[in-house]
Design a protein around this ligand. Structure first.
Ligand SMILES: *Cc1c(COP(=O)(O)O)cnc(C)c1O
Length: 231
C-alpha cells in the first residue's frame, strides 16, 4: 500500500468509528445512512484509492469537473451532484449523476424533469433549503419548499426523496444542531402533508456529520475529513 492510501485508510477508519458512535447515540443502524465521499477539487486518483477501500458513493459539486471523473471511474459507483446546478448543465448532470442533492428552484426542477424525460432517466433529487436564510447560499426559502415539493411529487421523471441543507459557515455546535433539528422538523411537517414522500435528509459535512446523524440525516457528505485539504 502506498503511504497516501495508508493515510486515506486511517482517516476512513477514524471516520467510521465516529459514524458508528453517532449512530449508536441515536439508536440507529448503519443501513439507513449513506456516506458520500466528496471528491471535488481532488484528483481522480483519490477516487480510485477510495474505491479500493470499498467506498461506492461519491459527490461532486461541478459538472465540468465531475463528469470526466465519472467517465474515468468504475461503473458501480453511485455519483451524487451536490453543488449549484446551472440550467445549461442539466443534461450532463442527469446523464452522469444518480442523485442531485441541490434542487434550489422550481425552474431547475422543471428543467431536470424535461431533460430526464428526453433522456428516459429518473434521477433521485432532493430540494435544497436555505433554512438559515443565508444571503450567500442557494436554496429554497423554507416557506417555498411545500409548493415545490408538491410540484416535484407530480413529476414522472424525477424522484424527489428528501431535503438537503448546509448550515451557516462558522456556526457553533449548538447553532448547527438547531439548524439540523429545524430541517428535520420541516421534513416532518412536509411528510404529514405528503405521507408517500420518503422524506430523507442530506445534512452534515466533515465538521458536523456526527450531529447530523444524531438529527436523523440519511446522507452525510464528507470531503476534507476523508481526503484532506482540497486543491
Ligand atoms: C464541499 C461540500 C461538502 C464537503 O465539505 P467538507 O467540509 O470538505 O466535508 C459537502 N457538501 C457540499 C454541498 C459541498 O459543497
Amino acid at each position: 500500500m502506498s503511504q497516501q492510501t495508508e493515510s486515506l485508510q486511517a482517516r476512513y477508519d477514524a471516520l467510521n468509528q465516529q459514524i458508528d458512535a453517532a449512530l449508536h447515540t441515536a439508536l440507529r443502524n448503519r443501513s439507513g445512512l449513506t456516506f458520500v465521499a466528496v471528491s471535488k477539487r481532488q484528483p481522480l486518483a483519490v477516487v480510485h484509492q477510495a474505491y479500493a477501500l470499498g467506498i461506492r458513493n461519491f459527490g461532486e459539486s461541478q459538472v465540468q469537473e465531475g463528469v470526466p471523473k465519472v467517465k474515468a471511474s468504475p461503473e458501480d459507483i453511485t455519483w451524487h451532484f451536490i453543488g449549484h446546478l446551472q440550467k445549461n448543465k442539466v443534461r450532463k448532470a442527469v446523464k452522469h449523476f444518480a442523485y442531485i442533492h441541490s434542487i434550489d428552484s422550481l425552474s431547475l426542477l422543471q428543467r431536470v424533469e424535461a431533460i430526464s424525460a428526453e433522456e428516459r432517466l429518473c434521477p433521485k433529487v432532493m430540494l435544497q433549503v436555505n433554512y438559515a436564510l443565508d444571503t450567500d447560499k442557494y436554496g429554497l426559502h423554507p416557506e417555498a419548499t411545500e409548493p415545490v415539493l408538491e410540484a416535484a411529487l407530480g413529476l414522472k421523471h424525477v424522484a424527489c426523496i428528501g431535503l438537503m441543507g448546509i448550515p451557516p459557515l462558522a456556526a457553533d455546535e449548538e447553532k448547527i444542531r438547531a439548524y439540523f433539528e429545524g430541517m428535520a422538523a420541516l421534513r416532518d411537517q412536509l411528510k404529514q402533508r405528503f405521507p408517500q414522500w420518503p422524506g430523507r435528509l442530506s445534512l452534515g459535512m466533515s465538521s458536523d456529520f456526527g450531529v447530523a446523524i444524531q438529527c436523523g440525516s440519511h446522507f452525510i457528505r464528507v470531503g476534507s475529513a476523508l481526503f484532506g485539504e482540497r486543491n
